[in-house]
Design a protein around this ligand. Structure first.
Ligand SMILES: NC(=O)c1ccc[n+]([C@@H]2O[C@H](COP(=O)([O-])OP(=O)(O)OC[C@H]3O[C@@H](n4cnc5c(N)ncnc54)[C@H](OP(=O)(O)O)[C@@H]3O)[C@@H](O)[C@H]2O)c1
Length: 284
Protein backbone atom coordinates (compact mmCIF):
# COMPACT_ATOMS: atom_id res chain seq x y z
CA UNK A 1 0.00 0.00 0.00
CA UNK A 2 1.38 3.35 -0.94
CA UNK A 3 -1.65 5.46 -0.12
CA UNK A 4 -4.32 5.68 2.56
CA UNK A 5 -7.30 3.40 2.07
CA UNK A 6 -10.34 5.22 0.68
CA UNK A 7 -13.36 3.03 0.03
CA UNK A 8 -13.44 -0.12 2.14
CA UNK A 9 -15.51 -3.23 1.51
CA UNK A 10 -16.53 -4.74 4.85
CA UNK A 11 -17.72 -8.35 4.72
CA UNK A 12 -19.69 -9.55 7.76
CA UNK A 13 -20.25 -5.91 8.64
CA UNK A 14 -23.43 -6.52 10.63
CA UNK A 15 -21.93 -9.00 13.09
CA UNK A 16 -20.60 -8.17 16.55
CA UNK A 17 -17.19 -6.95 15.42
CA UNK A 18 -18.31 -5.74 11.98
CA UNK A 19 -20.96 -3.39 13.39
CA UNK A 20 -18.48 -1.56 15.61
CA UNK A 21 -15.88 -1.58 12.84
CA UNK A 22 -18.30 -0.04 10.34
CA UNK A 23 -19.05 2.81 12.75
CA UNK A 24 -15.41 3.42 13.66
CA UNK A 25 -14.18 3.36 10.06
CA UNK A 26 -16.81 5.90 9.06
CA UNK A 27 -15.88 8.10 12.02
CA UNK A 28 -12.25 7.84 10.90
CA UNK A 29 -13.27 9.18 7.50
CA UNK A 30 -13.22 5.99 5.45
CA UNK A 31 -15.99 5.18 3.01
CA UNK A 32 -17.47 1.80 3.93
CA UNK A 33 -19.62 -0.59 1.94
CA UNK A 34 -21.12 -3.27 4.18
CA UNK A 35 -22.03 -6.78 3.02
CA UNK A 36 -23.62 -9.45 5.21
CA UNK A 37 -26.33 -12.06 5.38
CA UNK A 38 -29.15 -12.25 4.42
CA UNK A 39 -28.60 -10.22 1.22
CA UNK A 40 -24.96 -11.22 0.77
CA UNK A 41 -23.58 -14.75 1.12
CA UNK A 42 -19.79 -14.95 1.09
CA UNK A 43 -19.97 -18.58 -0.09
CA UNK A 44 -21.64 -17.47 -3.33
CA UNK A 45 -18.71 -16.89 -5.68
CA UNK A 46 -20.64 -14.48 -7.92
CA UNK A 47 -21.89 -12.40 -4.99
CA UNK A 48 -18.39 -12.29 -3.53
CA UNK A 49 -16.89 -11.13 -6.83
CA UNK A 50 -19.55 -8.42 -7.20
CA UNK A 51 -19.09 -7.23 -3.60
CA UNK A 52 -15.34 -7.07 -3.73
CA UNK A 53 -15.32 -5.33 -7.11
CA UNK A 54 -12.05 -3.55 -7.58
CA UNK A 55 -11.86 -2.11 -4.08
CA UNK A 56 -8.47 -1.20 -2.63
CA UNK A 57 -9.21 -2.64 0.79
CA UNK A 58 -11.42 -5.51 1.93
CA UNK A 59 -11.99 -6.40 5.56
CA UNK A 60 -13.42 -9.84 6.26
CA UNK A 61 -15.36 -10.20 9.51
CA UNK A 62 -17.78 -12.74 8.01
CA UNK A 63 -17.49 -16.11 9.67
CA UNK A 64 -19.35 -19.20 10.76
CA UNK A 65 -18.90 -18.54 14.49
CA UNK A 66 -21.12 -21.18 16.08
CA UNK A 67 -18.35 -23.22 17.71
CA UNK A 68 -20.55 -26.13 18.79
CA UNK A 69 -22.74 -26.00 15.66
CA UNK A 70 -19.64 -26.38 13.49
CA UNK A 71 -19.10 -29.90 14.86
CA UNK A 72 -22.35 -31.11 13.32
CA UNK A 73 -22.10 -28.88 10.25
CA UNK A 74 -18.39 -28.80 9.45
CA UNK A 75 -19.16 -28.47 5.74
CA UNK A 76 -20.95 -25.14 6.20
CA UNK A 77 -18.19 -23.94 8.52
CA UNK A 78 -15.60 -24.88 5.88
CA UNK A 79 -17.53 -23.11 3.10
CA UNK A 80 -17.67 -19.82 5.05
CA UNK A 81 -14.45 -19.89 7.07
CA UNK A 82 -12.13 -21.50 4.52
CA UNK A 83 -13.30 -21.94 0.92
CA UNK A 84 -14.82 -18.45 0.67
CA UNK A 85 -11.72 -16.89 2.24
CA UNK A 86 -9.57 -18.66 -0.33
CA UNK A 87 -11.73 -17.25 -3.14
CA UNK A 88 -11.53 -13.81 -1.53
CA UNK A 89 -7.74 -14.10 -1.58
CA UNK A 90 -7.72 -15.05 -5.26
CA UNK A 91 -9.95 -12.08 -6.16
CA UNK A 92 -7.78 -9.75 -4.11
CA UNK A 93 -4.65 -11.06 -5.80
CA UNK A 94 -6.16 -10.49 -9.24
CA UNK A 95 -7.24 -6.93 -8.32
CA UNK A 96 -4.16 -6.08 -6.24
CA UNK A 97 -6.44 -5.41 -3.24
CA UNK A 98 -5.32 -5.51 0.38
CA UNK A 99 -7.25 -7.85 2.71
CA UNK A 100 -7.63 -7.63 6.47
CA UNK A 101 -8.92 -10.97 7.71
CA UNK A 102 -10.00 -11.77 11.26
CA UNK A 103 -9.12 -15.09 12.83
CA UNK A 104 -9.14 -16.69 16.24
CA UNK A 105 -7.35 -18.26 19.21
CA UNK A 106 -9.32 -21.45 18.41
CA UNK A 107 -6.59 -22.32 15.89
CA UNK A 108 -4.59 -23.38 18.97
CA UNK A 109 -5.17 -26.33 21.28
CA UNK A 110 -4.54 -24.24 24.40
CA UNK A 111 -1.98 -26.66 25.81
CA UNK A 112 0.90 -24.19 25.77
CA UNK A 113 1.77 -22.94 29.23
CA UNK A 114 2.52 -19.35 28.15
CA UNK A 115 0.95 -16.84 25.75
CA UNK A 116 0.81 -17.87 22.08
CA UNK A 117 3.10 -16.10 19.60
CA UNK A 118 2.38 -15.92 15.87
CA UNK A 119 5.02 -18.58 15.13
CA UNK A 120 3.38 -21.21 17.35
CA UNK A 121 2.02 -24.15 15.40
CA UNK A 122 -1.77 -24.25 15.29
CA UNK A 123 -3.51 -27.43 16.38
CA UNK A 124 -7.25 -26.74 16.41
CA UNK A 125 -9.43 -28.83 18.73
CA UNK A 126 -12.60 -28.66 16.63
CA UNK A 127 -14.22 -27.84 13.31
CA UNK A 128 -14.56 -24.10 13.95
CA UNK A 129 -10.86 -23.67 14.72
CA UNK A 130 -9.84 -26.08 11.96
CA UNK A 131 -11.83 -24.24 9.29
CA UNK A 132 -10.61 -20.85 10.51
CA UNK A 133 -7.04 -22.10 10.26
CA UNK A 134 -7.72 -23.47 6.77
CA UNK A 135 -9.05 -20.02 5.83
CA UNK A 136 -5.81 -18.40 7.01
CA UNK A 137 -3.79 -20.87 4.95
CA UNK A 138 -5.88 -20.47 1.79
CA UNK A 139 -5.73 -16.68 2.02
CA UNK A 140 -1.95 -16.73 2.41
CA UNK A 141 -1.51 -19.32 -0.36
CA UNK A 142 -3.36 -17.08 -2.84
CA UNK A 143 -0.55 -14.54 -2.53
CA UNK A 144 -2.58 -11.35 -2.11
CA UNK A 145 -1.40 -8.54 0.15
CA UNK A 146 -3.05 -9.37 3.44
CA UNK A 147 -3.01 -9.00 7.19
CA UNK A 148 -4.52 -11.69 9.40
CA UNK A 149 -5.42 -10.51 12.89
CA UNK A 150 -6.25 -13.24 15.39
CA UNK A 151 -8.43 -12.04 18.23
CA UNK A 152 -9.83 -13.87 21.27
CA UNK A 153 -12.52 -13.56 23.97
CA UNK A 154 -14.13 -10.62 22.17
CA UNK A 155 -17.29 -8.91 23.38
CA UNK A 156 -19.26 -6.00 21.98
CA UNK A 157 -22.66 -4.35 22.00
CA UNK A 158 -23.80 -5.86 18.70
CA UNK A 159 -23.66 -9.57 19.46
CA UNK A 160 -24.03 -12.35 21.99
CA UNK A 161 -20.87 -13.02 23.97
CA UNK A 162 -19.69 -14.16 27.40
CA UNK A 163 -20.45 -10.79 29.02
CA UNK A 164 -23.98 -10.57 27.65
CA UNK A 165 -24.55 -14.23 28.54
CA UNK A 166 -23.53 -13.68 32.16
CA UNK A 167 -25.79 -10.65 32.46
CA UNK A 168 -28.75 -12.49 30.90
CA UNK A 169 -28.28 -15.50 33.21
CA UNK A 170 -28.10 -13.27 36.28
CA UNK A 171 -31.60 -11.99 35.53
CA UNK A 172 -33.18 -15.37 36.18
CA UNK A 173 -30.77 -17.06 38.59
CA UNK A 174 -29.25 -16.26 41.93
CA UNK A 175 -26.53 -18.88 41.62
CA UNK A 176 -24.17 -19.59 38.71
CA UNK A 177 -21.35 -22.02 38.03
CA UNK A 178 -18.55 -20.52 35.91
CA UNK A 179 -15.49 -22.26 34.49
CA UNK A 180 -12.23 -21.33 36.19
CA UNK A 181 -9.79 -23.33 34.06
CA UNK A 182 -10.10 -21.35 30.80
CA UNK A 183 -7.70 -18.41 30.75
CA UNK A 184 -7.70 -15.52 28.30
CA UNK A 185 -7.93 -11.76 27.89
CA UNK A 186 -11.43 -10.34 27.48
CA UNK A 187 -11.12 -7.99 24.53
CA UNK A 188 -13.63 -5.29 23.62
CA UNK A 189 -14.53 -5.07 19.94
CA UNK A 190 -13.99 -1.32 20.33
CA UNK A 191 -10.32 -2.01 21.10
CA UNK A 192 -10.02 -4.31 18.05
CA UNK A 193 -11.54 -1.71 15.75
CA UNK A 194 -9.21 0.95 17.15
CA UNK A 195 -6.30 -1.21 16.11
CA UNK A 196 -7.68 -1.90 12.63
CA UNK A 197 -8.37 1.81 12.04
CA UNK A 198 -4.85 2.70 13.15
CA UNK A 199 -3.27 0.07 10.91
CA UNK A 200 -5.31 1.23 7.91
CA UNK A 201 -4.30 4.83 8.52
CA UNK A 202 -0.64 4.01 8.05
CA UNK A 203 0.98 4.84 4.74
CA UNK A 204 1.92 1.18 4.50
CA UNK A 205 -0.61 -1.03 6.29
CA UNK A 206 1.16 -4.13 7.59
CA UNK A 207 1.11 -7.56 6.02
CA UNK A 208 1.37 -10.90 7.77
CA UNK A 209 -0.04 -12.54 10.88
CA UNK A 210 -0.74 -10.68 14.12
CA UNK A 211 -2.18 -11.54 17.53
CA UNK A 212 -4.30 -8.94 19.27
CA UNK A 213 -5.94 -9.13 22.70
CA UNK A 214 -6.28 -6.88 25.71
CA UNK A 215 -3.37 -6.96 28.12
CA UNK A 216 -3.51 -9.13 31.21
CA UNK A 217 -5.22 -12.43 31.76
CA UNK A 218 -8.11 -13.81 33.74
CA UNK A 219 -10.24 -16.92 34.06
CA UNK A 220 -13.86 -16.93 32.97
CA UNK A 221 -14.81 -17.30 36.64
CA UNK A 222 -12.85 -14.21 37.68
CA UNK A 223 -14.17 -12.30 34.66
CA UNK A 224 -17.73 -13.10 35.78
CA UNK A 225 -16.93 -11.94 39.31
CA UNK A 226 -15.54 -8.69 37.87
CA UNK A 227 -18.70 -8.14 35.79
CA UNK A 228 -21.12 -8.71 38.67
CA UNK A 229 -18.99 -6.73 41.07
CA UNK A 230 -18.95 -3.71 38.74
CA UNK A 231 -22.68 -3.99 38.05
CA UNK A 232 -23.48 -4.44 41.74
CA UNK A 233 -25.31 -7.70 41.02
CA UNK A 234 -25.69 -9.89 44.09
CA UNK A 235 -25.23 -13.42 42.80
CA UNK A 236 -23.54 -16.52 44.16
CA UNK A 237 -20.89 -17.67 41.64
CA UNK A 238 -19.18 -20.99 42.06
CA UNK A 239 -16.08 -22.10 40.13
CA UNK A 240 -16.25 -25.25 38.05
CA UNK A 241 -14.15 -27.00 35.41
CA UNK A 242 -14.51 -27.13 31.62
CA UNK A 243 -14.86 -30.90 31.98
CA UNK A 244 -18.01 -30.35 34.11
CA UNK A 245 -19.77 -28.99 31.01
CA UNK A 246 -20.79 -31.25 28.15
CA UNK A 247 -20.32 -29.37 24.86
CA UNK A 248 -20.01 -30.55 21.27
CA UNK A 249 -16.70 -28.77 20.71
CA UNK A 250 -13.62 -28.78 22.92
CA UNK A 251 -12.26 -25.35 23.84
CA UNK A 252 -8.66 -24.26 24.39
CA UNK A 253 -7.94 -23.82 28.10
CA UNK A 254 -5.23 -21.27 27.36
CA UNK A 255 -6.26 -18.51 24.92
CA UNK A 256 -3.56 -16.05 25.92
CA UNK A 257 -1.77 -14.16 23.14
CA UNK A 258 1.62 -12.57 23.08
CA UNK A 259 0.85 -9.25 21.34
CA UNK A 260 4.35 -7.79 21.14
CA UNK A 261 4.39 -7.94 17.33
CA UNK A 262 1.26 -5.81 16.85
CA UNK A 263 2.18 -3.58 19.80
CA UNK A 264 5.25 -2.42 17.87
CA UNK A 265 2.92 -0.96 15.21
CA UNK A 266 0.62 0.85 17.63
CA UNK A 267 0.98 4.39 18.95
CA UNK A 268 -0.30 3.58 22.44
CA UNK A 269 0.19 0.64 24.80
CA UNK A 270 -2.47 -2.08 24.54
CA UNK A 271 -4.86 -1.50 27.45
CA UNK A 272 -5.47 -3.96 30.27
CA UNK A 273 -8.74 -5.88 29.90
CA UNK A 274 -10.37 -4.26 32.95
CA UNK A 275 -10.70 -0.67 31.65
CA UNK A 276 -12.58 -1.36 28.40
CA UNK A 277 -14.80 -3.92 30.16
CA UNK A 278 -15.71 -1.41 32.84
CA UNK A 279 -16.52 1.19 30.15
CA UNK A 280 -18.64 -1.38 28.30
CA UNK A 281 -20.59 -2.19 31.47
CA UNK A 282 -21.14 1.50 32.22
CA UNK A 283 -22.78 1.94 28.80
CA UNK A 284 -25.32 -0.86 29.29
N1 LIG B 1 -16.63 -13.64 19.20
C1 LIG B 1 -15.45 -14.08 19.61
O1 LIG B 1 -15.20 -14.34 20.82
C2 LIG B 1 -14.34 -14.29 18.62
C3 LIG B 1 -13.14 -14.76 19.10
C4 LIG B 1 -12.10 -14.94 18.20
C5 LIG B 1 -12.25 -14.63 16.87
N2 LIG B 1 -13.45 -14.18 16.40
C6 LIG B 1 -13.55 -13.88 14.98
O2 LIG B 1 -13.96 -12.53 14.83
C7 LIG B 1 -14.61 -12.36 13.56
C8 LIG B 1 -15.91 -11.61 13.74
O3 LIG B 1 -16.81 -12.43 14.46
P1 LIG B 1 -17.91 -11.84 15.45
O4 LIG B 1 -17.43 -12.05 16.82
O5 LIG B 1 -18.30 -10.46 14.99
O6 LIG B 1 -19.07 -12.90 15.19
P2 LIG B 1 -20.49 -12.72 14.48
O7 LIG B 1 -21.27 -11.69 15.21
O8 LIG B 1 -21.04 -14.10 14.37
O9 LIG B 1 -20.12 -12.12 13.06
C9 LIG B 1 -19.95 -12.92 11.91
C10 LIG B 1 -20.76 -12.28 10.82
O10 LIG B 1 -20.60 -13.09 9.63
C11 LIG B 1 -21.88 -13.28 9.08
N3 LIG B 1 -21.92 -14.47 8.23
C12 LIG B 1 -22.02 -15.77 8.61
N4 LIG B 1 -22.10 -16.56 7.51
C13 LIG B 1 -22.03 -15.73 6.44
C14 LIG B 1 -22.11 -15.94 5.04
N5 LIG B 1 -22.26 -17.16 4.51
N6 LIG B 1 -22.02 -14.86 4.22
C15 LIG B 1 -21.89 -13.63 4.72
N7 LIG B 1 -21.84 -13.35 6.04
C16 LIG B 1 -21.91 -14.41 6.89
C17 LIG B 1 -22.79 -13.43 10.27
O11 LIG B 1 -24.15 -13.28 9.90
P3 LIG B 1 -25.28 -14.00 10.79
O12 LIG B 1 -25.15 -13.40 12.17
O13 LIG B 1 -26.56 -13.67 10.10
O14 LIG B 1 -24.94 -15.47 10.79
C18 LIG B 1 -22.27 -12.28 11.13
O15 LIG B 1 -22.84 -11.03 10.76
C19 LIG B 1 -14.75 -13.78 13.00
O16 LIG B 1 -13.72 -14.01 12.06
C20 LIG B 1 -14.55 -14.69 14.19
O17 LIG B 1 -14.04 -15.94 13.79
C21 LIG B 1 -14.50 -14.01 17.25
Amino acid sequence: MTKKAGQIVLLGGRGMLGTDLDRALQQAGFGVEVFDLPDFDITDAGQLRAAVGRSDVIINCAAYTNVDGAEADAESAYDVNAAAVGRLGDLAKANDSYVVHISTDFVFDGRKSGPYVEQDAPNPLGAYGRTKYQGEQLLAAGGCRHCIIRVQWTYGAAGANFVSKMIELSKTRNQLKVIDDQIGSPTATTEVVGVICELLSRDNPPEGLYHFAAAGQVSRYDQARFIFDKLGVDIDIKPCKTSDYASAAARPLNSRFNCEKIQRLLSAPIRDWQGPLEEFLECL
